[in-house]
Design a protein around this ligand. Structure first.
Ligand SMILES: NC(=O)c1ccc[n+]([C@@H]2O[C@H](COP(=O)([O-])OP(=O)(O)OC[C@H]3O[C@@H](n4cnc5c(N)ncnc54)[C@H](O)[C@@H]3O)[C@@H](O)[C@H]2O)c1
Ligand SMILES: O=C(O)[C@H](O)COP(=O)(O)O
Length: 398
């Protein structure tokens, strides 16, 4: 696989609309081409990449957003393609839509507004009809009610903290909470020791976990049984978290009072007391810009220096870039890789100035800076030699 930036202008492929301010990061020395079949890197939002061929030149994929279930992570890792996302960059947008929906749903605003539209054509009678009909839309105040927040990451923590400020009692559940988020979470958020504890006390439940093999269908017949009758469920995470057949039954019976989701499907659109938005959670100007800029900067930094920040499949690694030649190698996390890379470099009579080696599960990443000026002619042979090491996935010399 060929690689260095001096050889050619790198191409960035975009899937979905990416905010211009993000693409501006690539203004100099890059080529942006949405039709490229074999780019150096791809910037994507929700486009489903699972059935897409990845060209052998692709080195990085940046998800301008949080959820990466649309990207074939395993395949990327096996090919040494780094996948990035933009943690927290759209969290405020989602927090605001969740709290807006929470209040709007609790006050029956969606149903009330839809009914008001049916009065069109009633002329002078509208005032009278409104006063007679409003009793059907009496809502509840959220103050003093309990909100259960499942997943206390970037979004969940913001929702939990601000719901407290709105006068709600908040209980949170996240068995994998990060130290950073724990620091940001108000101490007034109660900690549920089990998800069952949260289900038992919550009047409203909002979910902020990724869609994975472990979370798919986590809201189902069994879990609805553990919730308070009439609970209102908010899903701004991913449609697959909720079993559609089971929620339809729970809504019919009133076990679940309302279901607000950002993920419409044919089934959801037919459900009683369900409100669906067209995946609007992160659709604000601010959030689209934040995500695009962060994604673009991470890709640019990686292509130009090999440094990795916010990858979801390879370890983060940072070595100050001096401008001298750098070997950047993705490999299996097995013994003696660093030794073999070092000895391949010394076979070319080159000295090592600095290095970093980081691992993540079965995979690892090593960057080695070379002290000497490297003659461009030997780069392909050095690259080839390192790529021949057993357990090596791919190497670049930058
Ligand atoms: N509707 C939208 O437009 C929109 C926008 C942004 C994010 N999202 C979705 O929201 C999800 C969360 O986003 P985020 O930025 O908060 O991500 P995040 O990674 O910051 O937080 C996710 C949290 O979920 C926790 N978690 C994982 N599995 C769990 C489980 N089984 N039970 C409880 N907690 C669990 C993790 O420990 C983590 O703290 C994303 O994965 C994405 O699918 C949707
Ligand atoms: O996971 C995310 O970040 C959201 O679902 C946003 O998706 P979008 O970028 O397609 O709006």
């Amino acid at each position: 696989m060929s690689t260095t930036l001096i050889e050619k202008v790198p191409t960035i492929k975009t899937l979905n609309n990416i905010a211009t301010s993000g693409l501006d990061v690539f203004k100099q020395n890059y080529n942006i081409d949405e039709n490229s079949e074999n780019p150096d890197a791809i910037v994507v939002r929700s486009f489903n990449m699972h059935d897409m061929e990845l060209g052998d030149n692709v080195k990085a994929i940046a998800r301008a957003g949080a959820g990466v279930n649309n990207i074939p992570i395993k395949k990327c890792t096996e090919q040494g393609v780094v996948v990035f996302n933009t943690p927290g960059a759209n969290a405020n947008a989602v927090k605001e839509i969740v709290l807006t929906s929470l209040m709007a749903s609790s006050r029956n605003l969606f149903a009330g507004a839809a009914w008001a539209r049916t009065l069109e054509g009633q002329g002078d009678q509208i005032g009278k009809l409104v006063e007679a009909g409003k009793k059907n839309f009496v809502g509840s105040e959220i103050k003093g009610k309990t909100l259960g927040v499942i997943g206390l990451g970037a979004i969940g923590a913001l929702v939990a903290n601000d719901a407290l400020d709105l006068g709600m009692d908040v209980i949170g559940f996240d068995p994998f909470i990060s130290v950073d988020t724990a620091w940001n979470l108000s101490r007034n958020v109660q900690r549920a020791n089990s998800i069952e504890e949260l289900y038992a006390v919550s009047d409203y439940i909002t979910v902020h976990v990724p869609l994975t093999d472990d979370t798919i269908g986590m809201f189902n017949e069994e879990t609805f049984k553990l919730m308070k009758p009439g609970v209102q469920l908010f899903n701004f995470s991913r449609g697959g978290l909720v079993n559609e057949e089971d929620i339809a039954i729970a809504l019919d019976s009133g076990k679940v009072g309302k279901f607000i989701t950002d993920f419409p499907t044919e089934n959801v659109l037919k459900m009683k007391n369900a409100v669906a938005f067209p995946h609007l959670g992160a659709s604000t100007k601010e959030s689209e810009e934040n995500c695009a800029i962060m994604a673009a900067r991470q890709v640019k930094q990686f292509l130009e220096t090999g440094n990795i920040k916010n990858s979801v499949n390879f370890p983060n690694a940072n070595l100050p870039y001096t401008g001298k030649k750098r070997v950047a190698a993705f490999h299996k996390n097995v013994p003696n890789m660093v030794g073999q890379i070092s000895s391949a470099i010394s076979d070319f009579n080159l000295n090592i100035a600095d290095m970093v080696n980081r691992s993540r599960g079965e995979y690892a990443y090593t960057m080695v800076d070379i002290e000497n000026d490297v003659n461009g002619d030997i780069i392909p042979s050095l690259e080839e030699k390192i790529n021949q090491i057993n357990g090596m996935i791919t190497t670049r010399i930058i």
